[in-house]
Design a protein around this ligand. Structure first.
Ligand code: G4P
Length: 530
């Protein structure tokens, strides 16, 4: 198959949702369609237990299996589909943000009863900022939930999206009869007793056909006619270009658990979702069709075996063909590197491959040379951008609990930060180290891993910080900036890249500081510098 055909047949995406909306169930159903797994439950058994608040054995277990579920690839109707796993647990939101830099589109799953939930809002906001094409799947239609139109309104308002329904439910919960597929003008009726079977839709391009009354009953048929008419009047028609630009979001309804509406979603997805997209590097835009290989690390996963500190770095191929044993330039450290056993991922297994194409994810063994955001090329000095740091939510001082092991502690901290487990800030005033995390769980993970993988011990000390703000002076030489640095000295730190960060102890302080020093811009993500 030609290089261009290989690119055109790839779909690399992530599924995002608030925990419990049905991401795992939907993933599993997609894999079943692709023949990648034989039975339901295969992915499910691997998921982190819900509400695991402080159980790090659970985290350790999760670390092991999440290598297996990091990338789930399968072939469906000759398309190579790569699903990148996005952890639902909020303590791992940072991982999800980073994964979103490697997807070409996303599917947003929403629970029909719960509507738009906080985690969905956050993740969709990131996708919106990056104009990532989004499809929305409203799930659990077999249960009583919100009215479909109200839900569409909610999605538009809370998520700031512009939606176009591609399918519409007939009834809901106990009365759920099926889905009318607006996109293909097909009727799919629900057979509650035939769960797990895939029903083929019946063509139904004229809703005035009296057969519809026979199929779903007169009342439901009339309601559907009215609703579809309303949809035609109120919502914009589907437009591929707008969807690809992130300006229009098609919505599907269904029930992942009952395998309802999933095939419609997948069939529409492979038709409309983008193949690997061009990606911005600091220097230029890189097109996936370019012959020379470029790629970047979006995730690093430590191995489970504490005696071997090797890690798996996940590389998204942006352009060209990634070849086994070819020399590539590791741009950040200027060295040539070769990989004798690059892994490709299939559903739940990985194997060594000779060639990977744009859109694919390659896993390479790493002994500490890579960090998140690193770029590989055939020689060009390129740096892919767009892996921002967000302000952590929790902050603590790290103290060395074993003075004989300070080297191990610093090395361990450094490597864990490269993996993206947390962020490290070094205070300007006294050089003390502060760790910032998204969830409280990470502190335990760090302590545990420092001890078991690096033989170092640490303790924590509380520190009251509300947000880390990246500092951008309009003019680094002006008096206002000098004054800011002098007055706020105690709260200034450097992040791992050497960027100046202000650790604000409250929202009020942030506000006051910003109004007192208007020329010193405070940002809660590091992205402004890109
Ligand atoms: P997540 O990955 O987004 O966290 O959600 P997950 O797929 O685990 O689904 C959360 C719960 O919702 C599961 O139930 C799952 O079976 C259920 N679910 C998913 N899709 C549907 C659907 O279309 N209809 C209905 N009624 N339920 C659905 P659970 O009881 O928490 O887990 P389990 O005991 O079923 O494994």
């Amino acid at each position: 198959m030609s290089f261009l055909k290989e690119i055109a047949r790839r779909r690399t995406f992530g599924i995002i949702s608030h925990p419990d909306a049905g991401k795992t169930t939907l993933t599993e159903k997609l894999l079943l369609f692709g023949g990648a797994i034989q039975e339901a439950g295969a992915v499910k058994n691997n998921k982190i237990k819900k509400g695991a608040t402080s159980d790090f054995m659970e985290i350790e277990r999760q670390r092991g299996i999440s290598v297996a579920t990091s990338v789930l690839a399968f072939i469906y109707k000759d398309k190579k589909i790569n699903i990148l796993d996005t952890p639902g647990h909020k303590d791992f939101a940072e991982d999800t943000f980073r994964t979103l830099t490697a997807v070409d589109s996303v599917i947003v799953v929403i629970d029909v009863a719960k509507g738009v939930e906080p985690q969905t809002e956050k993740l969709v906001e990131v996708c919106r900022m990056r104009s990532i094409p989004m499809l929305v799947f409203i799930n659990k239609l077999d249960r009583e939930g919100k009215d479909a139109f109200d839900l569409l309104d909610e999605v538009e308002q809370k998520l700031g999206l512009r939606v176009t329904p591609m399918s519409f439910p007939i009834g809901m919960g106990y009365d759920f009869k099926g889905i009318y597929n607006i996109w293909e003008k097909k009727l799919n009726l629900f057979a509650g007793d035939k769960k797990q079977t895939v029903s083929e839709g019946v063509e139904f391009d004229d809703l005035s056909n009296p057969e519809l009354d026979k199929a779903v009953g007169k009342k439901a048929a009339d309601t559907l006619r009215e609703e579809v008419e309303l949809i035609d009047e109120v919502y914009p028609p589907f437009n591929q270009e707008e969807y690809l630009k992130g300006e229009l979001q098609p919505v599907f309804f269904g029930s992942a658990l009952n395998n309802f509406g999933v095939k419609e979603l997948l069939d529409a997805f492979i038709q409309i979702a983008p193949s690997p997209q061009p990606k911005k590097a600091e220097e230029r835009l890189v097109d996936s069709k370019e012959q020379k290989m470029t790629g970047f690390v979006f995730k690093i996963h430590a191995n489970m075996d504490p005696k071997h500190r090797d890690r798996l770095a996940f590389i998204k191929v942006v352009s060209g063909v990634f070849k086994r044993n070819s020399p590539y330039l590791h741009v950040r450290n200027g060295k040539k590197v070769k990989f004798s056993s690059p892994n490709a991922f299939f559903a739940e297994k990985k194997e060594i491959v000779d060639e990977s194409f744009p859109g694919d994810i390659v896993g390479i063994h790493d002994t500490g040379n890579f960090k998140i955001g690193d770029t590989l090329t055939e020689g060009e000095e390129l740096n892919f951008r767009g892996i921002p740091s967000f302000s952590p939510e929790h902050f603590r001082y790290v103290n060395n609990a074993d003075p004989m092991k300070s080297k191990q502690l610093y090395k361990g901290l450094d490597q864990l930060m490269d993996e993206g487990v947390a962020q490290l800030f070094i205070l300007e005033m006294n050089g003390r180290r502060v760790v910032g995390t998204v969830g409280a769980l990470q502190f335990e993970v760090i302590q545990y891993r420092l001890e078991h993988e690096y033989g170092a011990k640490c303790t924590y000390e509380n520190l009251s910080v509300h947000k880390a703000c990246w500092v951008e002076p309009t003019d680094p030489k002006n008096e206002e900036f000098k004054d800011f640095k002098r007055v706020k000295q105690r709260y200034l730190a450097k992040d791992k890249e050497g960027q100046l960060v202000f650790l604000a102890d409250s929202a009020f302080t942030m506000q006051m500081t910003q109004s007192k020093y208007p020329s010193v811009k405070l940002h809660t993500t590091s992205e402004f510098k890109k």
